[in-house]
Design a binder for this molecule. Sequence first.
Ligand code: NAD
Length: 484
Amino acid sequence: MATNTSMHVIKNEDPVIATESLANDSLAKEYFDKKQKLDEYFASGATQSLSWRKRQLKAVLSLLITEEKAISEALHSDLKKSQEEAYITEIGYLRKDVKYLLKHVEKWMKPKRVGTPLLAMPAKSIIRPEPLGTCLVIGAWNYPFQLAISPMLAAISAGNCVILKPSDLAPATSALIAKLLPKYLDMNAVAIIEGGKEETTELLTLNFDKIFFTGGEYVGKIVMKAAAKHLTPVTLELGGKSPCIIDKNVDLAIALNRMVWGKLINVGQTCIAPDYLMVHQSNLDNVVAELKKVLEKQYGKNPETNKFYGRIVDENHCARLVSYLDNQNVIFGGKHNIKDKYLSPTIVLNPDNNSPLMQEEIFGPIIPIISFSGRSDMLKFITARAKPLAAYVFTEDKEFEEKFIERVSAGSVCVNDTALFWVNPNAPVGGVGTSGMGRYHGKFGFDTFSHEKSILKRNFSFENSIRYMPLNKFKTWIFKRFLR
Ligand code: NAD
């Protein structure tokens, strides 16, 4: 744990030193003090017991049930999310999440007996997960409630203290988190710090035991650089351009309904949303025609007035998305109102690979379609790019499916659907390469916030002096028999 009791840590965490390069002395002092209180509470051992962990998890479950309306309203205010979508993708998701943790945490906490080699016998070997200490959780704005609370739950289930920094771009949700958590949680173990760049920069000067960051690659690098100063372990849940392949001979109505669902939920502002489509040349016209049909079926002729079509988070992001359409072949949609943060579902045909639309993560309702004529060229196109958070393939060809899974390195791969893997607590969620490092969900989240301490226990009943100095020919002969 990064307590403030060792000389080394005091030096690193001294707020005066920390503020040398920073503008705001009072923030530095406030954050330093908050973290110190959490460190002291952690050092008291209060967060270690199963009963404490379960009490906190149950309190969050009760928050999710009691405060459903307030959460839903905050999400509507930030992203114009419908009540139904807010429930499915944030509140309901978290209810499942916390129940899963409650069900399994006792088992995960238990020390595990492992084998011991003959050389160290007689002895018992044990692996025992221990909490890391005080962890910083930084949330993103697109699922601003889920992506702040879910990692915090994982940290608490593993027995840690947490400073939670929700995203400033979802101000209503951030304020609600800051208001609600103190009503339910043991605030000796949790602190909420609201704010954006300035506040996060200040927080990152502190010596945490773990930083769990959800956001973009750019800030991810800032986080990792700051963490390196203290050798703090980081989990970076980032994004990227997730490809989606529509192979020949698939049922287009099913495939495109599934694709549109994953792409347009939350108006495309989903880290694992399919970013661009790759469609076999022979199928291009059919795909375009079916896609237009599906878009109208799911969102109507005028998505602007459809309550299930939310808004882009702010005008800057909306203007960024609209600018992606410059000089592109827009064959569907493209209607926008930046003041209202609105951009309709939009299809762009064969965009230039060097255009911002194909160079940056879209994170919005634009669907670029790229046609390909040979599967191996298509695979080359994908593998030449940064490793994505997710990769999707719609195909009925098992051989090609296997080749795709083998060749395309991605955080997760999903065959014949999109985004659904997120809800499976039995499999990890996390990126690879520039789409992130580390993972969470279910036991993987518990492990992310734990250290697996290895313990070797012996007693005094048997003494073998063979390893003691001085070594001799006989002892060396014995060792050579064991160590080969
Ligand atoms: P972001 O990187 O802009 O911001 C993330 C957090 O960092 C916010 O809390 C923000 O306040 C803070 N921040 C912003 N600028 C900062 C700076 N200069 N210094 C320090 N802190 C700063 O990301 P975002 O816009 O909130 O989210 C969008 C990105 O997140 C997309 O790339 C998306 O793919 C990714 N994402 C990933 C996941 C995942 O689970 N892998 C989930 C959601 C979003």
